[in-house]
Design a protein around this ligand. Structure first.
Ligand SMILES: Cc1ncc(COP(=O)(O)O)c(C=O)c1O
Length: 282
């Protein structure tokens, strides 16, 4: 029986009742976070809560106590016996329940706050890497907000799956930006490069960690656009994200990178990343 958190209470998941008039259900009017837990320790919790705070602020969703969700997350890990091994916590805040209207509820209604924790089994083999495809970026122009409106991401990832790949890489105006649920890095010889933070990518927490690892390890790294026409010159590529950690990309659109195996810079960053997370894996 999974215990979840819903609007101030801990309860069995199947007792949660979300109204069909919830604006998350009707409009995708809400934000979410996915936080990794290693051996019961929430990884980069403060950064995730800060991004969520900024998301509710951008969308002007009022009345949600984002700070309290740190303790809620820890409590869910305990109540669901997830203190050993890998787990994830999912947090979601929507604008709340009100009769359907495009303008915000007036008078305002309390937001809907939901959180759940579950065992996490990583997908893809980090020693072998994964195949990817490129897809046109059909998302809106505020990809920097982590909203629950993920249909373009789902369509893109499904397209990757259907073609035998594991992740889709969004391309807008010739720039390869990020994955459907991951940030994206390339290596050109010695130099690591990733798209700069702007409204067209999510400010990924793992991306920040990887850039910091590069800085501390003396690996040259640059935040600058990577154009599709540059891909044939890329020697390595990898995804970074809460669920994928540092995952080598060995194929893009059927074309193999380097010798088709994870390259030395990626492997080094995988090691450094692992060393930053609580090491003992259950
Ligand atoms: C579109 C997108 N980019 C990047 C990421 C990686 O972000 P983070 O490192 O914060 O998990 C995600 C994670 O869900 C995502 O959905």
């Amino acid at each position: 029986m999974t215990t979840v958190y819903f609007n101030g209470n801990y309860l069995p998941q199947d007792e949660v009742r979300v109204s069909p008039e919830d604006r998350g259900f009707v409009f995708g009017d809400g934000v979410y976070e996915v936080i990794r837990s290693y051996q019961g320790q929430l990884f980069a919790l403060d950064a995730h809560l800060a991004r969520m705070r900024s998301g509710v602020c951008e969308l002007a969703i009022n009345g949600a106590d984002v700070d309290a969700l740190g303790d809620v997350s820890a409590e869910l890990i305990k109540r669901n016996h997830l203190t050993a091994g890998d787990a994830t916590v999912y947090l979601q805040i929507t604008r709340g329940t009100a009769p359907r209207a495009h303008f915000f509820p007036d008078p305002p209604v309390p937001p809907t706050v939901y959180a759940q924790a579950g065992r996490f089994t990583p997908k893809g083999d980090p020693a072998k890497g994964i195949a990817t495809i490129t897809v046109p970026d059909i998302r809106w122009a505020r990809c920097d907000i982590k909203t629950v409106q993920l249909l373009p991401n789902c369509l893109a990832n499904q397209r990757a799956r259907a073609s035998g790949a594991q992740e889709a890489l969004f391309v807008r105006d010739g720039v390869v930006l990020e994955g459907s649920h991951s940030s994206l890095f390339f290596v050109f010889g010695e130099e690591v490069r990733t798209a700069p933070k702007n409204n067209y990518i999510l400010p990924s927490i793992t991306r920040d960690i990887v850039l910091d690892l590069c800085r501390t390890a003396g690996i040259p790294a640059r935040e600058a656009p990577v154009f599709t026409h540059e891909l044939p010159r890329a020697t390595e590529s990898f995804l970074a994200g809460t669920t994928v950690e540092v995952m080598p990309i060995v194929r893009i659109d059927g074309w193999g990178l380097g010798d088709g195996k994870p390259g030395p810079v990626t492997r080094r960053l995988q090691e450094l990343f692992r060393a930053r997370t609580p090491k003992a894996r259950g």
